[in-house]
Design a protein around this ligand. Structure first.
Ligand code: FAD
Length: 317
């Protein structure tokens, strides 16, 4: 079922989860052991992130380095199908511009269509760690809005090869990402919102936000979106803070701010266990307030670990 239909049919705030494919060499059962207890709370859908290849530099006998491409977390499509198979739940694989030509994207979309997956989160993708800035493939897309256009075209039966006959249309429901505190490359919030609106105008059906720890950030963001005539559902993304180290790491990786009160409380904690418990408590309060506000769904980023999410979900759903 499409995510937008889940939302339309719901009479309460839905639950969704986001998982990472396991690192190459790890068992899928490790992922299932994270998901098994969470599935009792009947999430409406599970997102599966996509991780592009990275460059690895291997020392050679001659002293030079050989560049090799490696993908540390392959398997997004297989895992999406595996989760639906095991739990009978809708999955939302992420598809990204980075590392893909348009032709490869089209073929991946055809695979997903054949598998019966009809929800996607369409993203530009992170830059390669070794490159620092996002570099599109020569025959690929530079922005999520361009990739989105390709999916919208496929939904209309427009393939890259315009000589195809008796074409089948796909039926993807399309989500896109948004950043209530601004995407880190954007010159300002207004410009960022204009590009978000462009994605919605081109056919995005709903939005999932970057994590935030201050609900006012989400409330203000939703208000601004509505003022700009962005009227699709806006699903808030949440992650419980788990360690003191994350006070630096999360802003570094995700470009978000922590509210002062939360930081003050974390700094008072003497152990990481205390931070972990505080993170759960904070996320529970955030979740309850977002529900009262009428958020269509709460989207929890598990990042490969589910224990704290389970403790939050137990108290909220
Ligand atoms: P875009 O919408 O393309 O925006 C990128 C930047 O370009 C923004 O600053 C925007 O304002 C600007 N921009 C947009 N259009 C234009 C234009 N036409 N001209 C000039 N500037 C423009 N990354 C992964 O690699 N894999 C994942 O699975 C993944 N999942 C994610 C899930 C969620 C919910 C979120 C919020 C992020 C996720 N990311 C993931 C991270 C995401 O790929 C990065 O944040 C990336 O830097 C931006 O992706 P986007 O789709 O928002 O890009």
């Amino acid at each position: 079922m499409k995510i937008t239909d889940h939302i339309k049919q719901a009479d309460k705030t839905l639950l969704s989860l986001e998982i990472l494919p396991p690192r190459k060499g790890q068992k899928i059962e490790d992922l299932f052991s994270v998901l098994d207890p969470l599935m009792e709370y009947k999430p409406s859908f599970v997102n599966v992130t996509y991780h592009r290849e990275e460059n690895k530099y291997i020392p050679q006998a001659n002293g030079l380095l050989r560049k090799q491409k490696v993908r540390k977390r392959p398997g997004t499509v297989g895992i999406a199908a595996g989760i639906t198979n095991r739990y009978n739940v809708d999955t939302v694989p992420h598809i990204i511009c980075g590392g893909f030509s348009k032709e490869e994207t089209e073929n991946a979309l055809i695979d997903l269509d054949y598998l019966g997956v009809n929800n996607l989160l369409v993203l530009r993708g992170d830059p390669m760690k070794s490159e620092g800035v996002f570099v599109p493939e020569p025959e690929g897309h530079e922005y999520a809005s361009e990739l989105l256009e390709q999916v919208v075209n496929l939904n209309k039966g427009i393939y890259l090869d315009d000589e195809l006959q008796n074409i089948a249309k796909t039926n993807f429901c399309i989500g896109v990402a948004a950043y209530p505190e601004k995407h880190f490359e954007s010159p300002n919030k207004k410009t960022d919102l204009q590009y978000l609106k462009q994605k919605v105008d081109k056919g995005a059906d709903y939005i999932v936000t970057q994590m935030f720890f201050d609900n006012q950030v989400y409330f203000d963001f939703v208000k601004k979106c509505r003022e700009m005539d962005i009227n699709v559902p806006i699903i808030p993304g949440l992650k419980p803070l788990a360690t003191k180290k994350q006070l630096q790491r999360i802003p570094q990786f995700f470009h978000i701010n922590y509210p002062e009160v939360l930081v003050d409380e974390v700094l008072k904690c003497k152990t990481n266990e205390a931070v972990y418990e505080l993170g759960i408590e904070w996320a529970v309060q955030q979740s309850k307030e977002l529900m009262a506000f009428g958020a269509p769904c709460l989207h929890y980023y598990t990042m490969g670990r589910g224990n704290n999410i389970l403790k939050v979900v137990e108290q909220v759903y």
